[in-house]
Design a binder for this molecule. Structure first.
Ligand SMILES: Nc1ncnc2c1ncn2[C@@H]1O[C@H](COP(=O)(O)OP(=O)(O)O)[C@@H](O)[C@H]1O
Ligand SMILES: CC(C)(COP(=O)(O)O)[C@@H](O)C(=O)NCCC(=O)O
Length: 307
């Protein structure tokens, strides 16, 4: 079956007409706070794309809460509330982090009493030493480069209301897991989990990461465009690395630009594009919503899963 048949395909104009009064648009100051490094998100996107998306997520949340409550009544026992988990998937450099941060901001503003936290699955990559040991350093981002069991255990613990969960931190600057640094997850009401692998089927587990998701978004674009965003981000990272000897990109930043860009193009072709084609794109049809972007990160189509 063609994966597109199970979705409503909505143009930007159709999608934005689903806007309802009730959620105030972000102010410029709030927008500045969430802009990632190198981002140029527009207030128009917030208004036209993210406000309707927040409404849709609210519908899913109400259904989730109601089902949870009814299940408790059926079991004749109190079922403590469990966090609502949202997955954000897509290629390396397609804009997942940006989308996830925007969602976090929108949800926190809209549901003021709910604690909305965000994690990225980078932290579950094996450290470089371990990747070398497993001979998969050139497969960073591929399914085998993540400790999926640890991610699944973490999600299970969050759903079961465990407090003060520690997850490892990844740094793009050192291109590795930061030793002995952790992020603390403290009983969120809503948790956003962002990563290239979140809709994948783990090789050796019976449970999928997405079994823990109550809503999911896939950020999509043509691979040639994503490559250009990857290269732009790479150049921006180089500019940051120029005076920082601890930065993974320091040597490239201070050498000839052509050679550095040639290196980045090769990484895109050999690693990230392969990963996109083999392991990430096949998961698109599992998302509840697909946000499609075109030139300049403009969102031109939203697909909403029918069933
Ligand atoms: N809406 C947007 N407008 C402009 N630039 C964007 C937007 N979304 C992402 N970017 C840029 O695209 C690049 C990749 O985005 P990022 O969120 O880091 O991707 P990912 O988390 O998928 O790797 C970054 O340089 C980022 O600044
Ligand atoms: C850490 C990643 C696997 C995941 O990236 P993300 O989309 O979260 O930025 C990726 O940024 C990465 O390092 N890929 C390996 C090849 C490379 O781009 O250097």
């Amino acid at each position: 079956m063609d994966e597109r048949t199970n979705y409503y395909h909505l143009t930007r104009d159709e999608w934005r007409s689903f806007y309802r009064n009730g959620i105030a648009p972000l102010s410029d100051t709030e927008l500045q706070q969430i802009k990632g490094f190198n981002d140029q998100i527009s207030l128009q996107d917030v208004q036209e794309i993210y406000i309707p998306l927040t409404h849709l997520i609210h519908i899913y949340m109400k259904e989730y809460d109601s089902l949870h409550l009814s299940k408790g009544l059926f079991m004749q026992e109190f079922a403590p509330p469990a966090p609502f988990i949202i997955g954000v998937a897509g290629s390396v450099a397609v804009g997942k982090s940006t989308t996830a941060r925007l969602l976090q901001m929108m949800l926190s503003r809209t549901f003021k009493r709910r604690n909305v936290q965000l994690i990225t699955t980078d932290g579950f990559l094996y450290p470089t030493d371990e990747l070398i040991k497993r001979d998969i350093l050139d497969k960073k981002g591929f399914p085998e480069s993540y400790d999926m069991e640890r991610l699944l255990n973490f999600l299970n613990a969050v759903k079961n209301g465990e407090d003060d969960l520690k997850i490892p931190k990844y740094s793009h600057e050192i291109y590795d897991i930061i030793p002995d640094e952790f992020e603390l997850i403290t009983q969120p009401d809503i948790l956003i989990v962002e990563g290239i692998n979140v809709l994948q089927l783990p090789a050796n587990q019976q449970i999928y990461v997405s079994d823990f998701f109550d809503f999911s978004v896939f950020v999509d674009a043509e691979p040639d465009l994503i490559e250009s965003w990857y290269l732009e981000r790479f150049e921006a990272l180089l500019n940051l690395a120029k005076d920082d000897k601890t930065n993974y990109y320091y040597e490239y930043a201070n050498g000839p630009r052509d050679a550095a860009l040639g290196f980045a193009k090769k990484i895109w072709q050999d690693v990230n594009l392969k990963n996109l084609e083999q392991f990430i794109l096949p998961t698109r049809s599992r998302a509840d919503v697909v946000i499609h972007k075109t030139n300049n990160h403009t969102i031109d189509e939203i697909s909403l899963r029918k069933f």
